[in-house]
Design a protein around this ligand. Sequence first.
Ligand SMILES: Nc1ncnc2c1ncn2[C@@H]1O[C@H](COP(=O)(O)OP(=O)(O)OP(=O)(O)O)[C@@H](O)[C@H]1O
Length: 228
Amino acid sequence: MSDPALRLDGVIRTFRQGERTLEVLRGASLEVRTGEIVALVGPSGAGKSTLLQIAGLLEKPDGGDVAIAGQSAAGLNDDRRTAMRRTLLGFVYQYHHLLPEFTAAENVILPQMIAGKSRKEAAVRAAELLGQMGLAERGDHRPARLSGGEQQRVAIARALANLPAVLLADEPTGNLDPGTAGRVFDHLVEVARAAGTGVLVATHNLQLARQMDRAVLMEDGVLREAAL
Ligand SMILES: Nc1ncnc2c1ncn2[C@@H]1O[C@H](COP(=O)(O)OP(=O)(O)OP(=O)(O)O)[C@@H](O)[C@H]1O
């Protein structure tokens, strides 16, 4: 069998809070397969964002390992981790973080050029992605001229532009009304599946979580399969 898109193996993370040690992750393990969409649910403060930061190689765990598309991040220096992040990972947050002075298309073009594509090649891919996201007519608009749902769709297109093995999303529709959230999420699923990307979505929205292939519950620092 091929390697999973994402593998977390016994991930441990502790924080010092004054005199206290907070054991947020106590051996969290998970596999997300290629093209699979997995919901990450759990109470506030359970450690979902911490897990995504570690899975995205933005923070190092205190124990355990993260592997993206079969490549372990254990022992890699910061340059190698950054290179893995650029080529293998995409991120979507609750707020879009688009560059305000660039158009929607340019926001999707830029990460591709950083990854080494020519501007022309990147523009073709950006137009294709914005079309799939229902934004064919919005490519030359700056973020301020787009609705919240459109801004978030551009952010998703940007995150998937380099065909990442894994997309990590932290409350990707948390800022949108329920109808818009549902439509934006449908686009995310469609484009991620077309790209063969494994997706892990932290959310408090159980309606959204039920639409995914499966859900995992973060509780007491570990992950369990959840029936929603
Ligand atoms: N850098 C840090 N230093 C100290 N404590 C931290 C740090 N980051 C997170 N924590 C603590 O770790 C715990 C888990 O936080 P985290 O943000 O991962 O939870 P969450 O499940 O994403 O919560 P929410 O659903 O509210 O977003 C919290 O108690 C938080 O205060």
